[in-house]
Design a protein around this ligand. Structure first.
Ligand SMILES: NC(=O)c1ccc[n+]([C@@H]2O[C@H](COP(=O)([O-])OP(=O)(O)OC[C@H]3O[C@@H](n4cnc5c(N)ncnc54)[C@H](OP(=O)(O)O)[C@@H]3O)[C@@H](O)[C@H]2O)c1
Length: 307
């Protein structure tokens, strides 16, 4: 593990993931569009780059930005990582982006002699901070094997699912289910509450049933206490992922009726101006549609993520 490392994109996820690398003893040079988000990492030993091009001579550069277009911008637009005389040996991207966009990026990178590993993740920033991410990679096996030791530092499990962009479709499928579950969890929680069962009681029973999961458990505190200002993932990012899911369904000829209905519900949430809030705010909208005004239950609950 002697590669020089760089990181671009220090939002909720990037910050949590690079923090694991730094705390694991790996020196990392970091860059973020909004520099203020990078500054606290200096205390953990990160080197703050003034420009993306400063990262170009490094061996491996990790990227974690919002969309396919954002990834293209940090790589290829003016001042982008790949626009100078030096090129990194490997780019390992964990953003949730489209298969098609990822394939285009791979083609451009490979033409420049740069290896590309797709390494999308399952888990939010708190999961990442606790070292409990799942990373699912695709791309050339040898490139995966080179990057794997660093991914291991950031995750509880790392997998390789094959060549090319296969892990992109894994992530799209994963987040389609992520959307459908929160949609249904909000619906049944409102149903139970309207019938008279407090949310924390109802969700405790679901969490302890055969249907409970790490996901239903870690969303339970926000669904009970309504702290949507504690953002893990935004409605905008969820809409992006539901759209990626519907586009993949169309391209592959797969009918996905529950995902289609959820996509419309999330689009309505975004259309109503729900920005910079946690996507679990879907609960409030679902309750309003049922003629119910919710109040915070202010109960102390564990999300099961303490490390
Ligand atoms: N949050 C989750 O639970 C979660 C879980 C798994 C996967 N993901 C995926 O991970 C990715 C990041 O999510 P996040 O929650 O960390 O989002 P976020 O907090 O909004 O962070 C987005 C990051 O991308 C940067 N960025 C966006 N557009 C850019 C551009 N055009 N040029 C340069 N930098 C740009 C942002 O820079 P600024 O700081 O300057 O805005 C920020 O560092 C998304 O693809 C998301 O779908 C999220």
């Amino acid at each position: 593990m002697s590669d020089s490392l760089g990181w671009i994109g220090l939002g909720r996820m990037g910050d949590a993931m690079v923090t694991r690398l730094l705390k694991g003893g790996h020196p990392v040079m970091v860059w973020n569009r909004t520099r203020a988000k990078a500054e606290p990492l200096a205390a953990l030993g990160a080197t703050l780059a003034q420009s993306k091009l400063e990262l170009a001579p490094l061996d491996i550069v990790f990227t974690m930005v919002s969309t396919t277009d954002d990834l293209k911008e940090i790589l290829f637009a003016e001042g982008g990582l790949l626009t100078g005389p030096h090129k990194p040996k490997v780019i390992a991207d964990s953003s949730s982006i489209s298969q098609l966009g990822s394939a285009e990026i791979r083609e451009r990178l490979e033409a420049m002699g740069v290896d590309f590993l797709c390494s999308p993740v399952s888990g939010n920033a708190k999961v990442a901070k606790a070292g409990k991410l799942l990373v699912v990679s695709s791309g050339p096996k040898a490139v995966y094997e080179r990057v794997d030791p660093y991914l291991q530092v950031m995750a509880r499990k790392v997998m390789w699912v094959g060549e090319g962009e296969l892990s992109r479709i894994w992530k799209i499928a994963h987040n389609t289910m992520f959307g459908v579950i929160i949609q249904n969890l909000c619906e049944i929680t409102v149903l139970a509450q309207k019938a008279g069962i407090p949310r924390h009681v109802f969700l405790e029973s679901i969490n302890d049933s055969v249907l409970g999961s790490m996901y239903t458990r870690y969303k339970t505190p926000v669904l009970c206490n309504l702290r949507f200002d504690q953002v893990t993932f935004t409605p905008q990012l969820l809409l992006k992922d539901m759209d990626l899911g519907m586009a993949a369904a169309k391209a592959l000829g797969v009918a996905m009726p529950s995902a289609a209905a959820t996509r419309e519900s999330v689009a309505r949430l975004v259309g109503r101006g729900q920005e910079n809030v946690d996507f679990a705010v879907l609960l409030l909208e679902t309750a309003r549609d049922a003629g119910l005004e919710l109040e915070a239950e202010n109960v102390e609950l564990s999300d099961g993520l303490e490390s």
